[in-house]
Design a protein. Structure first.
Length: 162
């Protein structure tokens, strides 16, 4: 498996991975990534502004997952880890940790802290974020668009952000 920046040809493959994973965990509804307008064209969304990027996990020439970084709520020193999803076959292989580190390395160059939202039903993901230094929050940050999420985390990216 390898990690690389998203290409326009990846749009359909990563949308399929995200939607299948959301269905698996009951996240196929309004208020979650499922309804995001950018879902059909993640390539354009992550390439239209500085401080945004998306990486694809590729396995045997197929999209097996990905994740992105973008500004949170339009501006400021906080970014959001977005749309981090892997196929069932890619989970548990160690690629998620490499993907997260790739994203956080980029984020450190642009932001002071990294926020994320998820579902409590994604128990392995919640354990993963805690293991990688994300601290749980009691409520979403102001400006959140994903009203159906019920687990929120933040991670300082530099000493200034702590």
């Amino acid at each position: 498996m390898k990690i690389r920046p998203i290409e326009i040809k990846d749009n359909a493959g990563i949308e399929r991975v995200i939607r299948e994973t959301l269905i698996e965990f009951g996240g196929n509804r309004e208020g979650l990534a499922w309804a995001d307008p950018s879902m059909h064209d993640l390539y354009s969304y992550y390439n239209e502004a500085p401080g945004r990027a998306y990486w694809i996990v590729e396995a045997d020439g197929q999209v097996a997952g990905g994740c992105g970084i973008a500004e949170f709520a339009g501006a400021g020193p906080v970014c959001e880890l977005q749309k981090m999803y892997l196929t069932a076959d890619a989970r548990g292989t160690g690629i998620a940790a490499k993907l997260l580190e790739t994203a956080l390395e980029f984020a450190r160059r642009h932001y002071g802290s990294c926020y994320l939202e998820t579902l409590q039903s994604m128990q392995a993901a919640n354990r993963f974020y805690l293991k990688h230094g994300f601290k749980p929050l009691d409520a979403p940050l102001s400006g959140s668009e994903h009203f159906a999420c019920d687990a929120w985390y933040i991670k300082a990216l530099s000493a200034k952000a702590e």
